[in-house]
Design a binder for this molecule. Structure first.
Ligand SMILES: NCc1[nH]cc(CCC(=O)O)c1CC(=O)O
Length: 314
């Protein structure tokens, strides 16, 4: 008879999600003798609304937690013990009884520019077509290059790269983190500096969610937490929470830790790129959440109620 596994990891079934879950399994095995048996940690694939709806832009389906809800249900009903998430896809408010207090060392937070025709947004010929379904990427492209055309672009990384090679679009944007984790080295890939395209909140960070009451799992996860990454993600997510951002709001943030100081930049921008507001503050790493809230408040004040009304956000 098969031994009962000691830790069940819930994850989406996409290639990237599976790679992230495998990384967590390997890290658990490296940190704990008892988890070294290959059967000790089991990966349980759970399909989410975001995975099932492939024919419409995600922003149109609306709502938060499109990639997390069904997995969180698995945590709450006890069918899994931990859930591995791209923190970029995790809403700022978690269901009662669940916590995320383990953030792995963050990958490259930047976006990647992929094109056979140019090495960055600024080099694209006028009128070029860029495929992306991210409102943030769309808005930031249009605020910099109003002459470009943005078309909706969904599907997994492989599908998108094929569409690019077929010439359906002149360029596309993807997270560097996803490409790196899948070890995809596509020619014509250039990281976009964060000051040219500010990344999504928590882009490149993996978080592990668990039942708050599960002390056994808390103990197993503790050595996997990377505190610098957790501080950066805390600041960015506190900013997002202050803005009540959903996937309908093009919001970007990027925190860096250098010389013992935490610097946070944030922005909000209309989907058509015609109005954009930026804010930035430095603070102590221990004040990450307060710093994030303050940058969020500054953006709220700066943009004003009319901006958020235009976004359809009250
Ligand atoms: N919303 C999809 C999503 N969620 C996380 C990543 C990339 C990996 C990461 O940011 O950690 C992606 C794909 C992309 O934006 O290219």
């Amino acid at each position: 008879m098969k031994k009962k596994s000691l830790v069940r990891i819930g994850t989406r079934g996409s290639q990237l999600a599976l790679a992230q879950a495998s990384e967590v399994k390997a890290r658990l095995a490296a940190a704990h003798e008892a988890l070294r048996d290959p059967d000790a940690v089991e990966i349980v694939v759970i399909s989410t609304t975001g995975d099932r709806v492939q024919d419409r832009p995600l922003a149109e389906i609306g709502g938060k937690g499109l990639f997390t809800k069904e997995i969180e249900e698995g945590l709450l009903d006890g069918s899994i013990d931990i859930a591995v998430h791209s923190m970029k896809d995790v809403p700022t408010v978690l269901p009662d009884g669940l916590v995320i207090d383990c953030i792995l060392e963050r990958e490259d937070a930047r976006d990647a520019f992929l094109s056979g025709k140019a090495s960055g947004i600024d080099d694209l010929p006028a009128g070029s077509v860029i495929g992306t379904s991210s409102l943030r990427r769309q808005a930031l492209i249009l605020s910099r290059r109003p002459d470009l055309k943005v078309v909706s672009f969904r599907g997994n990384v492989g599908t998108r790269l094929r569409k690019l090679e077929n010439g359906d679009v002149d360029a596309t944007l993807l997270a560097m983190a996803g490409l790196n984790r899948l070890a995809i080295q596509q020619t014509g890939t250039t990281p976009i500096p964060a000051d040219v395209m500010l990344p999504a909140v928590a882009q490149g960070a993996i978080g592990i969610e668990r039942r708050q009451s599960d002390d056994r799992i808390a103990g197993l996860l503790a050595p996997l937490n990377h505190s610098e990454s957790a501080i950066r993600v805390t600041a960015e997510r506190a900013m997002l929470a202050e803005l009540d951002g959903s996937c309908r709001t093009p919001i970007a943030a990027h925190a860096v830790l250098a010389g013992g100081s935490l610097s946070l930049k944030g922005l909000v921008v209309l989907p058509d790129g015609t109005q954009r507001h930026d804010a930035a503050l430095d603070g102590a790493p221990g004040d990450a959440a307060a710093l994030g809230r303050e940058v969020g408040l500054q953006l709220r004040r700066e943009a004003g109620p009319e901006f958020f009304r235009l976004l359809g956000q009250g």
